[in-house]
Structures are given as structure tokens and as C-alpha cells.
Design a protein around this ligand. Sequence first.
Ligand code: FES
Length: 133
Amino acid sequence: MNKGAPSAGGEDVADRGAPQEGDEEAKIHLRVVDHAGASHMLEALDGWRAMEVIRDWGVGIKAECGGACACGGCHVYIDPAWTQRLHPPSDEEIERLDECYGVEANSRLCCQILMTPDLDGLTLTLAPGSEPE
Ligand code: FES
């Protein structure tokens, strides 16, 4: 048997290599530090909300309103290296943040952050008050 042969599906996993620019399968990654301090590197898709990535990968987050900017349960702290790379918060997001606990200069609601290839590697920490009940 030829050990270098592709798998039954016709794809040799070892030959895949790193994603290339223009590669439709290029991945976007989101690094999340959870409420216990554990770090998770999560895969996202272009256009997903950061909150949806966190929730759908099973990292606990309250996010009761499902992304409607109505609950504040997706409060996160953005890594300082990334704060200037995000679009500014809307007036609605700022109003909702005003109702959150422990707000800092780098606070955001992660349901208002749409993942794009430019945000590959975005790092954030779940804030107090966003724990699931
Ligand atoms: S999920 Fe409710 S404000 Fe973000």
C-alpha cells in the first residue's frame, strides 16, 4: 500500500498547507478568554457575529437577546491590540453598555462585531455579567 496516497475521499490531509490569500476556505479565528480564564481559539465564518461564534462553539455566554443589542449579556473586553481595528460602537451599543457592569474603555458588545478576514485573530475576554445562567 502506498502511504502517500490520498485518503478515500481523494484529499490528502497532509498536503493541505496553510490557507492562502483568496482561498475561499481561509479561516477566520477568534480567541476568547472565558470567565474561568481559559483561552479558546474558535473558527468563525465571514459575517458571523463574534457572539454567535462564542455561543455556537459552546463557550458560555449569556447573550439573552440573541444579538439584538438589547440585553448587554455579551459584554466583552477587547484586547488593546485590536480596539482601534474595530468599527466604533453605535449609539445604541453605547447606551446598552452604559447599563453593563464593569465597563472599561475597551468594552464592547460582541453581538455588534461582525467577523471578517481583517479580524482574523481578534482576541477578547468575556466580561463579568455575561456568564450564562
Ligand atoms: S446579545 Fe444581547 S446585547 Fe448582545
